[in-house]
Design a protein around this ligand. Structure first.
Ligand SMILES: [Zn+2]
Ligand SMILES: [Zn+2]
Length: 733
């Protein structure tokens, strides 16, 4: 591969080139305890020795320790749970399980159905190609027959947390064979369990372990994670167990070049709008064109399906002008393909017939694409872990590879391309969620009580707020206290209490046809009407309680509960160039969200020293926007998961206050993570605003797409002075 031509041609856009040196493998022999049948099956797949991190993980599992393996893409994480699971099951199947013990079983959990199905397909087989163990998937699509076969016969059940919550746990008596024999529980791709979804899964796992104990089993939990900060802490929080982490990746790869790319500033679409940058998608189409011309096998990741399609189309048009045979060798990969169609595309890519493929980030899960030379990420994919997973797909047999991050027009991307040292070296974000969220905990305590009465001892399992939760359920008449514990008292309400899964819908333009305030239901249809709407809202934040406080210099940083009351007062329509079509007042009721926030205050005399009184609201507002845009660098969240409010004088504090709060009832752990890393977070926010080459603010720094106040007022220069004052005296962290 010769990326030099492309890198030279676009030198003005490339802010930084980062070289990751090649890494040699560190190998270890197979441990003696592994059953020869299992070793033979892996040998048939070409696995004759282990990488050191795999051997380390196997040793932990064999010793009965719960373990999280947090290493890179293609580092053989699945082996670390397949080997101990198959070992236990193969012995059990042959009847050599110790007499008097139940036949061993194993449970595998993936974040999606597709990934569980993929895992089943890739299980090692014996010399005759027959399955080593009786394994099957169970999910929402399984028929009654399939479920009953799984209950009666399966040694290994592959499923997802939602099915555990809705099917396996409520019916645990019928699944007693599975639960009683459980030796290993696998939680694959556990970094996906974040935010409110992560809190739900944490309680599903606690309920699962409680039901196992009831049936007499104590499984070892093996988790796999992408490379994130503090995998051990996240895994402990997710399972409630003591977990050891394996993080030293000993798998080999060739040298890798990472290019950080910033599209040029192109002025405003309309005079009333701030300047913006050339779209990351157009830039990606250009670089894809050049890489394909050089016969470099390239995969482009885009946030939306539409984005992926237009990148592929752009490259095809440009290629058609210079090399008529090449457009056919560029394609789009999207969801909704039949399995055979997907396999055909994968094969074409592997063989080199396909030279360019544009995909959505959804390709991340459950699809095996290898044999690439270059990966282009259009916009930061949300987490550093996801970025490394994407660029980790490039690199054939120790060959050099190229990874490109094309920055989108928003603060986090700006920061990343301007500050490579802050993130290319060390992990930054941690997988964040808060199992103590009472809105999540309550329904799971109710579900747990339906499964088995809750005892005093169980409360410790569900965390420090469990007592409060049980008392509330008892007061509401859902639970009844007996000497043996708390019993579920309202069978008819059982279904109502089952918390649903969390779904996020993004990337598609919808028009709202009806909105029913009472029901909270909107009827929408997908269309692009040529204009977009934004809502003007008023928001008030009141402090309910303060949990923690830190001070340095004149600055005080708080973490606590707040009530966020907001009311949409009007909406405006704007054409795509940003010009206003019109604004209509609305009469909607206000809504209050009780959630967790972090807030920063500065005393009036300090504020007066650095800012004119009239500049204070704009400076605080701009700092708030940029801070919200950058918290995803530290917590696995999206700016849409957060909200904020800044005010020159807040009623509860009597001084300048900037709030950043979780957007979910009860909090999701993001504001808490922000509180913990506040010095670094504020420094990154200041640097991003200061580095941006725009004059008065743009989407790369302080202009927010989700502002309820139409980005008024904003004072970019004032925000830097204010952040300097907030950071004055801050400890180095
Ligand atoms: Zn800017
Ligand atoms: Zn705003």
């Amino acid at each position: 591969m010769e990326p030099d031509r492309v890198l030279t041609r676009y030198a003005d856009r490339i802010l930084h080139l980062h070289e990751v040196p090649a890494r040699d493998a560190v190998v270890e022999p197979w441990p003696e305890w592994v059953d020869p049948r299992v070793r033979t099956a892996f040998a048939a797949q070409g696995v004759t020795h282990l990488w050191a991190h795999q051997a380390e993980a196997l040793a932990h599992v064999h010793a009965g320790r719960h373990v999280v393996v947090s290493t890179g893409t293609a580092s053989g994480k699945s082996l670390t749970y397949q080997v101990p699971a198959l070992d236990a099951l193969v012995r059990g199947r042959a009847g050599d399980a110790i007499r008097g013990h139940r036949a061993p079983t194993a449970l595998y959990l993936a974040p999606t159905k597709a990934l569980a199905a993929d895992q089943l397909r890739r299980l090692p087989r014996d010399e005759d190609g027959a399955p080593l163990v009786r394994a099957t998937t169970v999910d929402g699509d399984s028929s009654l027959d399939e479920r009953s076969w799984a209950r009666d016969h399966a040694q290994l059940v592959l499923t997802n947390p939602d099915t555990v919550h809705h099917t396996l746990l409520p019916g645990h008596e019928r699944w007693a064979r599975l639960f009683a024999g459980l030796r290993i529980v696998v939680v694959d791709e556990c970094h996906h369990y974040r935010g409110v979804f992560g809190a739900h899964v944490a309680h599903v796992l606690r309920r699962l372990l409680r039901v196992c104990a009831h049936h007499g089993s104590q499984p070892v939990v093996v988790l796999s994670s992408a490379t994130v900060s503090e995998p051990e802490a996240s895994a402990r929080r997710l399972t409630g167990l003591d977990v050891v982490a394996v993080t030293d990746d000993a798998s080999p790869h060739g040298p890798r070049t990472i290019a950080l790319w910033e599209p040029p500033l192109v002025g405003a679409a309309h005079p009333s709008q701030p300047p913006s940058r050339r779209s990351a998608g157009r830039e990606a189409a250009d670089v894809l064109t050049d890489l394909v011309l050089d016969r470099t096998r390239t995969l482009v990741f885009s946030r939306s399906r539409r984005g992926a399609e237009s990148i592929a189309r752009g490259a095809q048009e440009r290629l058609g002008e210079v090399a008529p045979e090449l457009p056919a060798r560029v394609a789009t990969y999207r969801g909704g393909y039949l399995p055979e169609e997907r396999r055909a595309l994968e094969d074409r890519l592997r063989s080199g017939d396909l030279l360019g493929l544009a995909a959505t980030n959804a390709l991340e899960l459950g699809v095996d694409v290898s044999g690439l030379d270059a990966v282009v990420s259009v916009g930061f994919p949300g987490t550093r872990a996801a970025f490394w997973q994407q660029v980790g797909r490039a690199g054939r047999d120790g060959q050099p590879s190229l990874g490109v991050l094309v920055a989108r027009d928003e603060p986090i991307d700006t920061f990343l391309v301007h500050h490579p040292d802050a993130w290319l070296g060390a992990p930054v974000e941690a997988t964040v969620f808060d199992p103590d969220n009472p809105y999540v905990l309550g329904p799971h305590l109710a579900a747990a009580a339906q499964e088995l009465p809750l005892t005093e001892a169980d409360l410790a399992l569900f965390g420090p707020r469990a007592r409060e939760g049980v008392d509330a359920l008892e007061a509401a008449g859902w639970l009844r206290r007996r000497t043996a514990g708390w019993f579920w008292s309202t069978p008819a309400m059982a279904r109502a209490s089952r918390a649903g899964a969390v779904y996020v819908h993004q990337g598609q333009v919808h028009v709202v046809d009806e909105y029913d305030v009472e029901e909270g239901v909107a009827v929408v249809h997908a269309e692009d009407p040529g204009w977009s709407t934004s809502a003007r809202s008023t928001t008030e934040v009141s402090i309910v309680s303060t949990r923690r406080t830190r001070r340095w210099g004149a600055t005080t940083v708080h973490l606590g509960e707040v009530d966020v009351t907001s009311q949409v007062v009007s909406f405006s329509r704007r054409r795509h160039d940003g010009s206003l079509v019109g604004e209509e007042p609305l009469d909607l009721p206000s809504r209050t969200l009780r959630t967790v926030a972090t807030w920063w205050t500065l005393p009036p005399d300090v504020v007066e020293r650095v800012l004119e009184r009239t500049d204070v609201p704009g400076a605080a507002h701009a700092a708030e926007h940029a801070a919200i845009g950058l918290l995803p660098l530290f917590a696995t969240c999206d700016r849409w998961d957060l909200g904020g409010l800044s005010t020159a004088v807040h009623a509860d504090t009597g001084t300048l206050t900037i709030f950043v709060h979780d957007g979910h009832p009860g909090g999701a752990g993001f504001a808490e993570r922000g509180y913990e890393v506040v010095e670094r977070w504020l420094r990154v926010t200041r640097a991003t605003i200061d580095d941006c080459e725009c004059r008065d603010g743009c989407p790369s720094c302080v202009v927010s797409p989700k502002c309820g106040n139409f980005n008024e007022p904003l004072d970019k220069a004032g925000a830097v002075r204010l952040l300097d004052a907030l950071l004055d005296g801050a400890p180095d962290a």
